[in-house]
Design a protein around this ligand. Structure first.
Ligand code: ADE
Ligand code: ZN
Length: 335
């Protein structure tokens, strides 16, 4: 109980959270009804049935199929706003102070929804979270790596170019099915995004199902300064030394890795090796509505498995704050 209070009170930041992954079954069904969206054939009919499905996924793709079906209920700006606001209310109670939030425009634009509808809804929730809950946040737009390349390029260079240029999206990320879509495919798109706004921060999912070369190539070709997941980096000591030397942060997602069967047991999560090599990492929830826990449940799970002492937890939290993409004043406030 005492350590749980300690974990709750830590000034936590989250770097790996998909806003669409916060769609709880108890919001999904009412939104489907409100927006007259017919869920696909065979989709669970009740909150209970859907929660039953979410107990275990075969792999990343099995999860993604449900994630994209869920996205279909999001239509209007107020839906996106409500989704994000529900997230902020939940994590506010868990001691979250700063959030860097992914969103996937292509899971909506494919259905005829504009990038601005999505962005405006999310951005409103972010402003309100800052003023009413004291949670700072940044939005990171992700490219779906399993969409046709031309569409990915159009997203960055046309549909969302204004958001990048004006600094409304703070970062660019890359997500969805990893293995058949190596990072090198996106080299030119990352370069042109950075050209639109040299201040744009860059990250990419890598080394979740893909091997360590996905991590190395994301750094070398996409010029990312952070890696999402990155757990397969431990396949290469050379890579670990490089991540450590450059202080490249891995945004690790413990409960996600279990639900998607990246690991069978949390004990396999390579945190001790990362600590040994001095590779900075943060702990994150990824898609909490699907993976059975928000930020604090991820901290609890790691604590139950590894039993870190106060010193190690302090180091993890300080690294997390330092690796955040907020300005230096905000970092000082958080520490
Ligand atoms: N989209 C949402 N969550 C994801 C994950 N863990 N990996 C890849 N794409 C995702
Ligand atoms: Zn993710």
């Amino acid at each position: 109980p005492e350590v749980k209070e300690f974990l709750k009170e830590l000034p936590k930041c989250e770097h790996h959270l998909h806003l669409e992954g916060t769609l709880e079954p108890d919001l999904l069904f009412p939104l489907a009804k409100r927006n007259n969206v017919a869920l696909p054939q065979g989709f669970p009919q009740t909150v209970e049935e859907l929660n039953e499905k979410y107990k275990q996924f075969d792999d990343l793709q099995d999860f993604l199929n449900f994630y994209y079906m869920g996205c279909q209920v999001l239509i209007n700006e107020c839906d996106f706003y409500e989704l994000a606001w529900q997230y902020f209310l939940k994590v506010h109670k868990q001691g979250l102070k700063h959030a860097e939030l992914f969103f996937d425009p292509q899971s909506h634009t494919e259905r005829g929804i504009s990038v601005d509808t999505v962005y405006n809804g999310f951005a409103k929730a972010c402003s309100k979270a800052e003023s009413e809950l004291g949670i700072s946040s940044k939005l990171i737009m992700c490219i779906l790596r399993d969409c046709p390349l031309q569409k990915c390029q159009d997203l960055v260079e046309k549909e969302a170019a204004h958001l990048i240029k004006e600094g409304k999206v703070h970062g660019l990320g890359l997500d969805s099915a990893e293995k058949p879509f190596p990072p090198t495919l996106f080299t030119n798109i990352y370069a042109s995004a950075k050209k639109l706004n040299p201040e744009l921060r860059l990250t990419a999912h890598a080394g979740e199902e893909g091997d360590h070369t996905y991590v190395k190539n994301s750094i070398d070709f996409l010029k990312v300064e952070r890696i999402d997941h990155g757990v397969n980096s431990v396949q290469s000591d050379d890579l670990l030394r490089e991540l450590s030397a450059n202080k490249t942060m891995l945004t690790v997602c413990p409960l996600s890795n279990i639900k998607l069967q990246v690991f069978q047991d949390l004990k396999e999560l390579p945190l001790l090796k990362l600590l040994e090599f001095g590779v900075p990492f943060s702990l994150n929830s990824d898609d909490p509505a699907y993976f059975g826990g928000y930020i604090l449940e991820n901290y609890y799970a790691v604590h139950e498995t590894f039993g870190f002492d106060y010193k190690i937890w302090g180091d993890i939290v300080i690294n997390t704050i330092k690796g955040s993409w907020c300005d230096e004043n905000r970092k000082t406030e958080l520490i």
